[in-house]
Design a protein. Sequence first.
Length: 274
Amino acid sequence: MTLAIDTFSWVSDLVRKRSAIQLEAGKEYLVESRLLPLARAAGVTDVDAYVRGVRQAGAPSVIEAVVEALTTNETSWFRDSQPFTTLKDHLVPELLADRPMGSGLRIWSAACSSGQEPYSILMVLEDLVTARRLQVLGTDLNQQMVDRARTGRYNQLEINRGLPAPLLVKYFQRSGADWEVAPALRSAATFTKHNLLDAPPSGGPFDVVFLRNVLIYFDLATKRDVLNRIRQVLRPGGYLFLGAAETTIGIDDRWERVSHGKGSVYRLAAGRAA
Ligand SMILES: C[S@@+](CC[C@H](N)C(=O)[O-])C[C@H]1O[C@@H](n2cnc3c(N)ncnc32)[C@H](O)[C@@H]1O
């Protein structure tokens, strides 16, 4: 069955206002397939009727569940691999060289979904974790993802998506049919719910921010606003990673792209940080 125009426009307005995610015409199938499980759980078989009910008397938690259902949480371990190599081989040595001996680094993994990105950062920088010189903050709009990241528990299918076997053996332990991240890594990570439309989370300033595969869902004005807020919490000389299909070019010229081997990363251009 097809979704009523009115249902689609109410849901897409709600999602745009609450998360900035753009659901253009043509995404009706997505709204329907994502909301059908919520409708069924509420004892309603069709999404139009479910949304009518939500519009009339939806509790804040129900409205939030609708928005969360429309987030796309696709992620994997060491996604795109190059950012993790660049971080370890180029950025961390440079950042630490400017620091007093023994001081640490703070990294923010924004829109981190179920946590594979922040845990990948911790694995690649294990030496800093052992020396208690690294804190990683993972945030996401979707509370279910934040809760999952915090538990550090993954099923076999999730593990199979990019985690090399030696790292599985080294950093995970069996928990029933699932795998759990070792406590030593978990204790260097903090997870909290955060909407990129809001003021930056506490815990900064950050030496490096990962903001990957989320700007693609936003319109130009929102991309600009989000980059502006990141700028406020990035330590001078700090770096920003975007997703492979994302860039600051044409959005905010205060950032410059720096190439490291096959990868690139962004930093604030000298004299243009204001
Ligand atoms: C495709 S995942 C990317 C995960 C990870 N960064 C990566 O690259 O693998 C996009 C994430 O952005 C989150 N998201 C969407 N809109 C957001 C917003 N306004 N604030 C914070 N997170 C948001 C979603 O919940 C989702 O988990």
